[in-house]
Design a protein around this ligand. Structure first.
Ligand SMILES: Nc1ncnc2c1ncn2[C@@H]1O[C@H](COP(=O)(O)OP(=O)(O)OP(=O)(O)O)[C@@H](O)[C@H]1O
Ligand SMILES: [Mg+2]
Length: 235
């Protein structure tokens, strides 16, 4: 479904992502692990068109997407839920969700169904649907950001550190919902520092270090890998 080959991304003279190969098959849940500054978000931004790769190729469903404008990439079926959530804080929860369906705005019936399915996934959002997004707690805002991304009906959902800043109990619920989204048919590429929780729900993963992939494998392989355990799991 998605493949990156030899992708590099520069910020000026600094190479943030170097010669990266990643593939995601339809239906999979794949995780990118790595500590702060390892290159996860930069890779996401290259996929979603926010950063132009300096080298390499990105194919989505057989078509080259590197260099396409971000809105074209959304239309092709890739939707990113960014690390900083990018909600519209003054607008209500409901309005934020409707904004997420912008590419499908002409199909009002579908938009209505999508809103209902997001409320089903996150009942708290339904309870707070008239409240300003900026008044929600961190975890609720994260749910809203994911819900808004789902409104665009992605084939591939890019989730950048959805568990950041959340309390342990909420983190657990968040990973359960991500697994449910995947099982309901959305392919998911997840960036996480919370390696253990992410590998428990993922099929496979890649480990980034200073912009390069240093280890890859199935979740079981990565959970058993000494380097991964030492660096990210602490046992
Ligand atoms: N806009 C930018 N301009 C210059 N350098 C940048 C920019 N964005 C990121 N970088 C640098 O690129 C490297 C990779 O950053 P990136 O945000 O991809 O890491 P990350 O793996 O997502 O980290 P984190 O877990 O902290 O979000 C870092 O060294 C960072 O300082
Ligand atoms: Mg990041």
């Amino acid at each position: 479904m998605l493949s990156l080959s030899n992708v590099s991304v520069q910020y000026g003279s600094f190479t943030a992502v170097k010669d990266v190969d990643i593939s995601v098959d339809k239906g999979e849940l794949v995780v990118l692990l790595g500590s702060n500054g390892a290159g996860k978000s930069t890779t996401f931004n290259a996929i979603s068109g926010l950063q132009k790769p300096g080298a390499g190729n990105i194919l989505f469903e057989g078509k080259a997407i590197n260099g396409l404008a971000p809105d074209k990439i959304v239309k092709s079926g890739i939707v990113q839920c960014a690390e900083d959530r990018k909600l519209f804080p003054q607008m209500s929860v409901h309005q934020n969700l409707i904004m997420g369906a912008y590419v499908h705005r002409k199909n009002r019936k579908q938009v209505k169904e999508s809103v209902e399915s997001v409320y089903h996934l996150f009942p708290i959002l339904k309870e707070k649907k008239e409240q300003a997004a900026g008044s929600l707690s961190g975890g609720q805002q994260q749910m809203l950001a994911i819900g808004r991304a789902l409104m665009a009906k992605p084939k591939l959902l890019l989730l950048d550190e959805p568990s950041i800043g959340l309390a342990p109990l909420i983190v657990e619920q968040m990973f359960e919902v991500i697994q449910k989204i995947n099982r309901d048919g959305t392919t998911v590429l997840l960036a996480e520092q919370n390696a253990y929780a992410a590998l428990k729900i993922a099929d496979r993963g890649y480990v980034f270090e200073s912009g390069s992939i240093v280890v890859k494998g199935s979740s079981d392989e990565l959970l058993a890998n000494n380097t991964v355990r030492k660096a990210y799991i602490g046992a």
